[in-house]
Design a protein around this ligand. Structure first.
Ligand code: C5P
Length: 248
């Protein structure tokens, strides 16, 4: 199965309060999107990558990704430098949409025709270990149509509406990325979502939920605490600590 990743990096990251879009914000001196790409490629199971980028920062993201995996930007690597090494993984950038869901759709449209297994991963989950990616791919290869990495919920959880109702956290899991799909299933889920599109605020925050809406069963595999999403300054500080090798 040919495995492609749609790596979403087109968000503004306004909650981080940084002048740069989140994907370009550095942790340990390296942009988050580059951390994410390096770890995806370290899994050894990825054949091509399409990165969704903010239009006005496209060349900056391309610069940040140059040389990753021995061949970022190069669909066909003929350089002498790469001769004898593992084949370069082609990495291409496409301009994302107004929502994450629209960005993923733009990435899906840019994949090679022979891709049959698609991972969707958030650049914001920059430190996701390659082992998580490998687990997700293995589960899709084993026959699952949609796979999500999950971690237990450690806080007590309540539903707040008219009143406050405790929810049994033993049955809850937090969902991470990369999420993995049979390509035809994910294409169909996005097409169906476009068909019922309302306002932008109703766009899905992940891809498995679009599959659930189609009645597709979702398989879970173990995620990892390091796959947390960098959203706030505190998350960025945690990423810096982890990269410095000091776990709080
Ligand atoms: O905003 P949020 O943190 O949920 O974004 C998750 C991921 O989706 C981030 O990696 C972000 O760059 C990406 N995204 C995107 N296009 C958008 C909005 C978010 O690619 N329009």
């Amino acid at each position: 199965m040919r495995v492609a990743v749609v790596l979403t990096a087109a968000g503004s990251g306004s909650r981080l309060g940084h002048a740069l879009p989140k994907a370009l914000v550095p942790a340990g001196g390296v942009p988050l999107v580059r951390h994410a790409l390096d770890r995806l490629l370290s899994s050894g199971v990825v054949d091509e990558v399409v990165v969704t980028v903010p239009g006005e920062h496209r060349s900056a993201v391309e610069d940040a990704l140059a040389g990753a995996g021995g061949g970022a930007h190069r669909s066909v690597d003929t350089s002498e430098e790469a001769a004898g090494d593992a084949p370069a993984v082609p990495v291409r950038c496409v301009v994302g949409g107004a929502t994450r869901q629209a960005s993923v759709a733009a990435g899906l449209a840019a994949l090679s025709p022979d891709v049959d297994l698609v991972l969707v991963h958030d650049a914001a989950r920059a430190l996701t270990p390659g082992a998580v990616t490998a687990r997700v791919v293995e589960a899709v290869r084993a026959g699952a149509s949609a796979v999500v990495p999950v971690v237990p919920v450690t806080d007590s959880v309540v539903q707040v509406d008219d009143g406050v109702t405790p929810v049994d956290r033993a049955t809850l899991r937090a969902v991470q990325t990369p999420q993995g799909f049979d390509r035809r299933v994910l294409d169909e889920a996005h097409a169906a979502a476009r068909g019922r599109a309302g306002d932008e605020s109703s766009a899905a925050t992940d891809d498995a939920s679009l599959c659930v809406a189609l009645g597709v069963p979702v398989t879970v595999v173990d995620g990892h605490p390091d796959a947390f999403k960098v959203t706030t300054g505190q998350d960025l500080a945690l990423a810096e600590l982890l990269l410095a090798g000091s776990r709080p």
